[in-house]
Design a protein around this ligand. Structure first.
Ligand code: 13P
Length: 255
């Protein structure tokens, strides 16, 4: 049984005061949520203070990026050990914004994922096709290539611990969610590739969908057999909205 995992990706949002205000409003709202892993991926500048505020709760702390080297002359970069020091459990790697705006390639992402596993953290590895790729019917080819290359350094015995996020680029921040059925289709394809690559461990890897997930559509997405979670941008910035998202079962009952 794969435990649902919902991750807030705040991207480049929130000051320390805003982040602390979020946590203070969020934790009481999710006090009764059970059997869901909740993760906050926050800017580096608020990791420490958010981590302090989350102590004693079950909510996990995550970074939005990491550098693969353990240390050295890499101005402005952050190493795995630094994230571990602040209590991070996860880091997102290969987000489409990193790939497209900052030129990150699969090989670099693969090194990050391996460095995280080596340093006691777990990667949330993002894949997903652009609008042009979808329209050219290249979705499966692109996702296959990204998966193979980004996971090239993940050892089989650690595979079950990683998280994959499928985020079609055309659905990010656009309000244009993939239908539950079309997201499920790609997730099923990803599952097949993971089982091919990792055997039984591939069936244990949790797959998140990302791209305009909201309280109103989360239930239908989460009901799909191969959708184990969500990676949420815009709708994770407001504590009430993200609390409704992580209570997705209750959202289903109210629909
Ligand atoms: P939105 O939820 O704002 O579409 O962002 C999705 C995303 O990129 C999460 O990583």
């Amino acid at each position: 049984m794969r435990r649902p995992i919902l991750t807030a990706n705040w991207k480049m949002h929130k000051t320390v005061a805003e982040a602390e205000g979020f946590v203070d409003a969020f934790l009481p709202r999710i006090a009764t949520v059970r059997d869901v892993e909740i993760v906050l991926a926050v800017p580096f500048t608020v990791l420490d203070r958010v981590g302090q505020r989350l102590k004693g709760s079950a909510v996990q702390l995550a970074a939005q990026n990491v550098h693969p080297e353990a240390g050295g002359a890499f101005t402005a970069e952050i190493a795995v050990g630094m994230l571990a020091d602040l209590g991070c459990r996860y880091a997102i790697v290969g987000h489409s914004e990193r790939r497209s705006l900052f030129g990150e390639a699969d090989e670099f992402i693969a090194r990050k994922a391996a460095a995280l596993l080596g340093g006691g953290l777990l990667p949330i590895v993002c894949v997903g096709e652009s609008l042009g790729e979808r329209e050219a019917e290249r979705t499966f080819e692109v996702v296959r290539r990204q998966l193979e290359a980004s996971l090239a350094r993940v050892p089989k015995e650690r595979a079950a611990e990683i998280v994959i996020a499928y985020e079609p680029v055309w659905a990010i921040g656009t309000g244009r969610t993939a239908t539950p059925e079309s997201a499920q289709e790609v997730h099923a394809f990803i599952r097949e590739r993971l089982v091919e690559r990792f055997g039984g461990a591939g069936a244990q890897i949790r797959l998140q969908y990302g791209g305009s997930v909201k309280p109103e559509n989360v239930y239908a997405l989460m009901k799909q057999p191969e959708i184990d979670g969500a990676l949420v941008g815009g709708a994770s910035l407001d504590p009430e909205s993200f609390a409704r998202l992580v209570s997705f079962e209750a959202q289903g009952e109210s629909q």
